[in-house]
Design a protein around this ligand. Structure first.
Ligand code: IVH
Length: 671
């Protein structure tokens, strides 16, 4: 056979094998025996060995065999991979539906059409296809940047290396999102094998799937029969769709796998029924689901609803009731958090709840301990709230011994540093501030955490060690760590010390919002940090800001403003900031958003708009560099009056503010 003939034969074999893969892995209905399939594969392998020039990455022989990697690279998602808001009760699901109608300014009786899907308990990934060929894939990561797990995804049999093009025209470029999971049977088999080898088993199928996909050696991943269900698109060049279901139909036609249990339901009532039905079906499925996902089916409505923080307003994860187990309370210990808040934590006799071992649960505050009346020695029912966070659901009081058990009391002094305790609302606080080692440790952990300075490899135990040895007395001391300093401590070797020093060095150029967030100012989370960064542009301007100026900032309330002012008024905090700068941390300046069409202008919306929801209009103004006010005041540059504007309109008129209509507003924002 010459190369030309081989090319034709190889092509024919690949097509045939691709077809049988599709029958077997996607449709679950093979039309040839395993032996026949193996024969086809061996023929193809033989020819490719003979004509190595003809091997292409999309050949079915190329699923396994890549060499282990030293580390994963990263892949930036073109469109961020968002997360979902959760609901745990029917009430919360109904509220989601009402909120949507409110946002769209629809009557409460209107029925919204939802695409309802099982919520897979696996690992989100993104697959990139160019001209129908799988070119790369990544994990969700932090939603913006994920790990490059291309080689591992190639080993997943239900991910086509080449898409079908007999039913649709393939786009030149497309990103598909889905959930990789390990079927329950495979999970059980894998754990049995691990135990037989004396290795620790995986706690649950999700961990097993994650561990398998995040293997540096793709040959190991290839032995784990991972599977995938696709549930959406990222960026795509070409086709446009009008509903989510159409998108899924399209994905299915490319030969990718979509969960067959997806259903379009009319109105929230049907969606609730779907949820309950799925909960009943749950035990019979060959994979784990932890709830259902409801998505507004119409894409134009999705767009109008938009996204808030990291989750779309048009989708909801409606979780199943948590699984429960009984166990016994060993003791109740009071922990001290970053802000000094004292939190009672119950330590339990270990118990497995839905595949995860639970050994402790927090009780938030003294009132909750009282209300639940948990005492050391009690038998309790524990559950994982939303299947994640362990909590005590109930105390079995009739199992308490006749002579009773001692009641829990909050300590009179900080259990960590002995400082006085002060009660604010329901919470007890240690007044020791950063002189309390527990608060110091927590604030250092927060400072180094992923969303803050992201100091890789600085674990909780290292922080304990640094604080306890006196090496680190404030966050700035992290930047003064030296090789000698680390090597003088137990458990540190050349390599680990060098890695940490390098990671600290790499973290010295934070963005302004990360720097603000890292400081751990009470009430200032990531979103507020971003708002502050955009408004003030550098840390010094923020530190100088007066309470009034902060309060004028969109989204900053009086409590947050006060907390920010208090933080910078504290001498110690200013000293630490100076010390950080001296230690080489770069304080970034952020260009205030320039060039937006609403640059520097404040808008107020009143009455209902035809083309935008109220929130949608506000988001647009912000995206264009402006601010959206919620009350009439003299800082407002434009009052946008929709249909039936109310008292705000009257007030604005009285104050002589500039009033425009929706059309004018649209013109200003270029819509
Ligand atoms: S849609 C904006 N659909 O849930 C929409 N997600 O909390 C984002 N997940 O990271 C995802 N099953 O890992 C969607 N049918 C489904 C899902 C699903 C599981 C996971 C996914 C995502 C997480 C969001």
């Amino acid at each position: 056979m010459d190369e030309k003939e081989a090319r034709i034969e190889i092509d024919r074999l690949r097509k045939e094998i691709d077809y049988h893969n599709y029958r077997y892995y996607i449709l679950d209905s093979p039309v040839i025996t395993d032996a026949e399939y193996d024969r086809l594969m061996r023929c193809l392998e033989g020819l490719e060995r003979e004509f190595p020039r003809l091997v292409t990455p999309d050949s079915p022989t190329q699923r396994v065999g890549a060499e282990p990697l030293p580390a994963f690279g990263t892949i930036k998602h073109t469109v961020p991979m968002l997360s979902l808001n959760n609901a745990f009760t029917e009430e919360e699901a109904l509220e989601f539906d009402s909120r949507i109608k409110r946002n769209l300014e629809l009557d409460g009786s209107v029925r919204i059409e939802y695409a309802a899907e099982p919520k897979m308990d696996g690992l989100a990934v993104e697959l990139v296809y160019e001209n129908g060929v799988f070119i790369k894939g990544s994990t969700r990561g932090d939603g913006y940047v994920g790990e490059d797990v291309t080689q591992n995804l190639r080993t997943v049999r239900s991910i086509p290396l080449k898409l079908r093009h007999d039913l649709i025209k393939l786009p030149r470029y497309m990103e598909v999102r889905g959930e990789v999971f390990l079927p329950l049977e495979s999970f059980k088999r894998l754990n049995a094998e691990k135990e037989a080898k004396g290795e620790a088993p995986f706690a649950n199928p999700r961990n097993a799937a994650a561990g398998s996909l995040r293997q540096l050696d793709p040959r190991v991943t290839a032995t784990r029969p991972l599977d995938i269900f696709c549930y959406g698109l990222g960026a795509i060049e070409g086709p446009a769709f009008t509903t989510h279901l159409e998108t899924l139909e399209f994905i299915k036609k490319t030969g990718l796998k979509v969960n067959p249990l997806v259903k379009v339901v009319d109105g929230i009532d049907e969606a609730l029924k779907y949820h309950d039905g799925m909960e009943e079906k749950r035990g019979a499925l060959n994979y784990e689901i932890d709830g259902v996902v409801l998505k507004v089916n119409r894409l134009d409505l999705q767009e109008r609803l938009g996204v808030i923080t990291r989750s779309p307003r048009w989708a909801l994860a409606y979780k199943f009731a948590p699984k429960q187990e009984m166990t016994r309370v060993k003791e109740i210990v009071v922990g001290v958090g970053r802000t000094g808040a004292l939190t009672p934590v119950v330590f339990l006799e270990p118990v497995s709840v839905g595949g995860v071992t639970i050994e402790r649960a927090t009780l938030h505050n003294e009132d909750e301990v009282r209300r639940k009346d948990v005492r050391p020695g009690d038998f309790v029912i524990v559950q994982r709230a939303g299947d994640v966070i362990p909590e005590v659901a109930e105390v079995l009081k009739d199992r308490r011994p006749a002579e009773g058990l001692p009641e829990f009391r909050m300590p009179g002094q900080c259990p960590e540093c002995g400082s006085a305790i002060e009660r604010v609302g329901a919470i007890h606080y240690c007044t020791g501030g950063l002189s309390c080692p527990a608060q110091l440790k927590e604030s250092i952990r927060h400072f180094a955490s992923k969303r803050a300075f992201d100091i890789e490899g600085l674990g909780a135990m290292h922080v304990d060690q640094f604080v306890e040895s006196g090496l680190v007395k404030d966050v700035a001391d992290l930047f003064l760590l030296t090789m000698d300093g680390l090597l003088a401590l137990e458990r540190w070797g050349e390599k680990s010390a060098e890695n940490l020093i390098n990671a600290i060095e790499r973290s010295k150029n934070p963005t302004l919002e990360r720097l603000i967030y890292a400081l751990g100012i009470k009430q200032v989370g990531e979103r507020t940090a971003r708002v502050l960064a955009e408004k003030f542009g550098d840390i010094r301007a923020l530190a100088r800001a007066a309470k009034e100026e902060l309060e004028e900032t969109f989204e900053i309330g009086p409590e947050t403003a006060a907390s920010i002012v208090d933080f910078f008024a504290e001498r110690h905090n200013m000293d630490v900031l100076q010390k950080l700068e001296r230690a080489g941390v770069v304080f970034p300046k952020m260009e205030k958003k320039k060039g937006g069409r609403c640059e520097g202008k404040v808008f107020l919306f009143t009455g209902s708009l035809k083309s935008f929801s109220r929130d949608g209009a506000r988001d647009l103004v912000e995206a264009e560099g402006g601010e959206a006010a919620t009350t009439v005041n003299k800082k407002v540059d434009y009052v946008v009056a929709g249909a039936e504007p109310g008292s705000k309109y009257e007030k604005a008129k009285k104050m002589g503010l500039k009033i425009i209509d929706e059309e004018e507003f649209k013109g200003m924002v270029g819509r």
